[in-house]
Design a protein. Structure first.
Length: 287
């Protein structure tokens, strides 16, 4: 789902893109479709664009598991660039893996400009575990787990399994840096793309929501851009202690010092939050 600001008094010329989580679709009435209607109800006159990858809801759901993330990002960039409502800028909101996917949009596609990025449970340093696969198909989840365990960094898996593209093995950092076709690129693991850095730093606010009782994301601190210490999978460190931050490869240190990074915590498991919390905490960033 992508939602946008468009009414008088909201972000001028803006939109709120919302990118769905794995196993969901743009228009599911009990999830992303519900969020869209909630935003439209609470901010009358707002323009909401629902990002759909594929020609229907089934394809959209399947693509959240099996379509190369780089192709998904290109598709979204095209949708945003051709939407006349968004040309003055937009606010973006991504749920779960949609958080890091929309960050890639911010870094790679500066026109139209993303004004604020809201990542709700996004895994910005990736994941090292898949304890509770989303979606309704248990056999698909079981297959994904086995595939990730056996060969997350093989060329075939990287190109055809979404979750492998943000799989970050702290015990195999060199394999990750060399073979990750998505996350290692947007996190500047193989060199510095100054355009990525410039584009991300253009955000007014980068909001990261972490679920304080998350049992799906491993490690949960990835939702605040932290991760495991390299070489082991027990001790985690916050963003501020990572080399990404210390070397300021993405401009996050400078953004942090400027007050552009917002770290929010909410009690509950992955993507479990109340409408009241959403209204009071998230909606103000969209107005």
């Amino acid at each position: 789902v992508c939602g946008g600001a468009g009414r008088a008094g909201a972000v001028a010329g803006g939109c709120i893109p919302v990118f769905p989580l794995a196993g969901d679709s743009c228009c599911n009435p009990v999830s992303m479709g519900y969020i869209q209607k909630l935003v439209e109800k609470k901010i009358p006159g707002i323009y909401v664009l629902s990002l759909k990858i594929g020609s229907n809801m089934i394809q959209d759901m399947e693509n959240s598991f099996f379509m190369n993330v780089n192709d998904q990002v290109r598709e979204v960039c095209g949708q945003l660039a051709t939407d006349p409502h968004l040309q003055g800028g937009y606010n973006a909101m991504g749920f779960s893996q949609g958080g890091q996917f929309l960050r890639a949009v911010a870094q790679r596609c500066p026109a139209p400009p993303m004004l604020n990025l809201i990542s709700i449970g996004g895994q910005h340093q990736g994941v090292y575990g898949f304890p509770r696969c989303p979606g309704e198909s248990s056999h698909v989840c079981d297959w994904i787990r086995k595939t990730l365990d056996l060969g997350a960094y093989s060329k075939a898996v990287q190109e055809h399994l979404v979750q492998a593209e943000y799989w970050h093995d702290p015990l195999k950092e060199e394999d990750y840096r060399k073979n990750s076709i998505f996350l290692a690129d947007i996190n500047q693991e193989r060199g510095i793309n100054e355009t990525y850095k410039k584009n991300l730093m253009a955000l007014k606010k980068f909001v990261m929501v972490k679920f304080l009782n998350d049992t799906m994301v491993d490690p949960p601190i990835s939702e605040w851009f932290g991760f495991y210490k390299s070489g082991q999978a027990k001790e985690t460190i916050p963003l501020q202690e990572t080399s990404l931050y210390k070397e300021d490869r993405l401009g996050l240190q400078e953004m942090d010092k400027a007050g552009k990074l917002v770290f929010l915590g909410v009690k509950g498991d992955h993507l479990h939050f109340s409408e009241e919390w959403f209204d009071s905490t998230i909606l103000p960033f969209l107005q």
